[in-house]
Design a protein around this ligand. Structure first.
Ligand SMILES: NC(=O)c1ccc[n+]([C@@H]2O[C@H](COP(=O)([O-])OP(=O)(O)OC[C@H]3O[C@@H](n4cnc5c(N)ncnc54)[C@H](O)[C@@H]3O)[C@@H](O)[C@H]2O)c1
Length: 318
């Protein structure tokens, strides 16, 4: 029986992962933790936790006999540029805390399996932008991307040196409707649906042809759980796996929305987020994930657009 702790559980990914893991392992075996005072969503028990408090994190893991940790707390790309030192502190020290707790538990014969997400932001302007390979030049330009690349190196180090069973995916931009996005460069692809359903023009902060790798939330959750369920010997990559869903540009997304909502209009006013996006890949080669543990994306652009238009609450802010 697994006992699962999700840190950053109130966020865009955490709130959906909590429900998926509770459905799979039982509500009593899933603990949702976040720095916020109360649970935002979810079917699990809720604990207030600052991941930067290592002693409290270690106590929680022991008290609850945790066997798996999903560590999702981070400052994202756009927010990180507003607070670079805070982003570095949270993204690096939060990860180091959970890696250290896992190292200590492993040495005491109580191993933990960890999931920590990297991002396409770990790539940079000299990375091949099309079908970006698993192993490529990585020269991230944002503080967020730098923290993700450093985090990948730490994960591989803790696996190689201490045998910590840490697993990771380089998530593309994740599109979902249940929770608001957390301040990333791909957030436009969610906000656009809210504007469209309100009957408003969408003012896009990226240029029309900025093609970026994206994935719909159900595929992202399934990839995460499939990787965590994979047998040890199938997980060859201990830095972070490339993961692909669908790649599209704001122009292509707007056209797909206009196909369903005639009259929908978009205008382009690129800001600093365009500079971040310009340094990221257009598409990702995830053949290693497909080979190693059988990854296969299922949801394409037409299904994503149809589903978002059906479910987005137009009144909510994105
Ligand atoms: N959403 C995406 O498109 C995307 C893409 C690539 C990678 N990722 C990665 O996935 C992870 C989760 O992303 P998200 O979109 O759900 O982010 P989010 O911003 O929506 O959620 C992060 C959560 O962490 C919590 N948190 C912040 N500081 C904390 C602390 N000190 N202790 C405990 N909790 C704290 C926040 O309250 C928030 O609920 C992050 O590592 C992010 O870098 C996300």
């Amino acid at each position: 029986m697994e006992r699962i702790l999700i840190i950053g559980a109130n966020g865009q990914i955490g709130s959906e992962l909590v429900d998926a893991l509770a459905a799979r392992h039982g509500e009593r075996n899933v603990i949702a933790a976040d720095i916020g005072a109360a649970s935002a969503h979810g079917a699990a028990r809720y604990v207030q936790l600052d991941v930067l408090d290592r002693a409290r994190l270690a106590r929680l893991v022991d008290d609850e006999a945790v066997t798996q940790v999903y560590h999702l707390a981070a400052l994202l790309s756009a927010t990180g540029e507003q607070m670079p030192l805070k982003a570095w502190h949270l993204n690096m020290d939060g990860l180091l805390n959970i890696l250290e707790v896992a190292r200590e538990r492993g040495e005491a014969g109580r191993p933990l399996r960890l999931f920590w997400p990297s991002s396409i932001a770990a790539f940079g302007p000299h990375t091949p932008a099309d079908a970006t390979p698993q192993h490529a030049v990585m020269d991230p330009a944002s503080i967020y991307g730098i923290s993700k690349l450093a985090g990948e190196r730490l994960c591989e180090y803790y696996f190689a040196r201490y045998g910590v069973d840490v697993r990771s995916l380089r998530y593309p931009g994740i599109i979902s409707y249940k929770s608001p996005p957390g301040g990333g460069t791909t957030d436009y692809a969610i906000a656009i649906f809210h504007a469209a359903l309100r009957g408003e023009r969408y003012d896009c902060f990226l240029c029309p042809d900025t093609t970026l790798p994206m994935i719909y939330m159900p595929d992202a959750i399934r990839a995460t759980i499939e990787l965590m369920d994979a047998p040890m010997e199938r997980v060859a990559i201990r830095s972070s796996y490339n993961l692909a869903g669908i790649s599209f540009s704001p122009r292509e997304l707007a056209a797909a929305i206009a196909g369903a909502l005639p009259g929908f209009r978009i205008a382009y006013h690129p800001d600093g987020r365009q500079d971040i996006a310009a340094s990221w890949p257009h598409s990702i080669d995830d053949s290693q994930a497909r080979r190693d543990w059988g990854w296969q994306p299922r949801i394409g652009l037409a299904q994503l657009v149809g589903d978002m238009l059906e479910h987005v609450d137009a009144g909510a802010t994105a």
